[in-house]
Design a protein around this ligand. Structure first.
Ligand code: 13P
Length: 335
């Protein structure tokens, strides 16, 4: 696989006005979301819900791709078309979550490390055959009393770099995601410092592992105050802090950066992305790879009446994709 092919996929993922929907919740996370709206997390319900999200008419105008979970990439529409094939035929690039989730980092209370490297080469080969052209690995960095430690950041960066190198070896674009969590009462400056150190460490590790940045996408968290911080920041403050942090850590050769929503409201996630693009031109396209901020309205509607609200729920996904697509161009207008 040539770097040029990886670069082409990476550029398509962040094509102007387009972003990605993350629907790669693990079975446990899906159960949590379904519990929240009173639906049983059965395999068929998960399949039906993912079908709703992936078959929104004309959504490829604003979505370049979707991140699937292992179970989902093996599932099909009710008419028997495998989801990955359906996506490819409807202008969307299939992606796959390949990490196996987080476990406590031994010796470092309150800190996590992401697992999933064992056997990853063979899994990537299979995912490629199933149609995946990009893959996601999420590392989690917690902010708290005396954390994160350098050891935690380093361990997660090394894992991200090893996964990214394996992806590229198999012709798959790595979407590297070091998520700095919003949990806690820390201020925006603390989030800035932690994000800066985390990104520096990540790009060092990618360099050490010979990862071609032109065939890599960064999935970043925004620089925001903790959820319980007394001083919440304005849209402009978040946009300026996030941009400054990214500009000082992320090489310009990267084809694009997409953001996670991380528990922000739908409107905040869109407003922040829009504000960052209005502050451009920036060194890279800035777009979205939202999970909750793309899905939460649709999930609520679908849960109320699975067949009766199908079209209405799809309309909300389309509307969220359009708003975020406009925000990726700095052209969103608050309703
Ligand atoms: P949220 O946008 O809900 O944070 O999810 C995105 C994601 O894929 C986190 O790994």
């Amino acid at each position: 696989m040539s770097i040029e092919q990886l670069a082409e996929t990476a550029r398509a993922m962040v094509a102007p006005g387009k972003g990605i929907i993350a629907i790669d919740e693990s079975a446990a996370t899906c159960q949590k979301r379904f519990d929240g709206v009173g639906i049983a997390s059965t395999e068929e319900n998960r399949r039906a819900y993912r079908e709703l999200l992936l078959t929104v008419p004309k959504v490829d105008e604003y979505l370049s791709g979707a991140i699937l979970f292992d179970e989902t990439i093996r599932q099909s529409t009710k008419d028997g078309v495998p989801f990955a094939r359906y996506m490819a035929e409807h202008g969307m690039i299939p992606g796959i979550k390949v990490d196996k989730g987080t476990v406590p980092l031994a010796g470092f209370p309150g800190e996590l490390v992401t697992e999933g490297l064992d056997g990853l080469r063979a899994r990537l080969q299979e995912y490629y055959k199933l149609g995946a052209r990009f893959a996601k690995w999420r590392a989690v960095i917690n902010i708290g009393e005396d954390i994160p430690s350098g050891t935690c950041i380093e361990a997660n960066s090394q894992a991200l770099a090893r996964y990214a190198a394996l992806c590229q070896e198999q012709g798959i674009v790595p979407m590297v995601e070091p998520e700095v969590l919003m949990d806690g009462d820390h201020d925006i400056e603390t989030c800035y410092e932690v994000t800066e150190i985390t990104l520096r460490s990540l790009f060092d590790a990618l360099y050490q592992h010979n990862v071609a940045l032109e065939g890599t996408i960064l999935k970043a968290s925004m620089v925001v105050p903790g959820k319980d911080c007394e001083h919440q920041a304005s849209v402009e403050e978040v946009a300026e802090a996030t941009l400054m942090c990214l500009k000082s850590t992320v090489p310009a050769i990267l084809p694009g950066i997409v953001f996670l929503s991380g528990g922000q409201s739908d409107e905040a996630a869109t407003a922040h992305l829009d504000a960052m693009n209005r502050l451009g031109p920036n060194p890279w396209p800035l777009s979205f790879s939202y999970g909750r901020a793309m899905q939460q309205a649709a999930l609520k509607l679908w849960a109320q009446d699975m067949s009766g609200n199908w079209a209405k729920a799809q309309d909300t996904v389309h509307a969220r994709a359009r708003d975020n697509g406009l925000a990726a161009l700095g052209q969103w207008r608050k309703a």
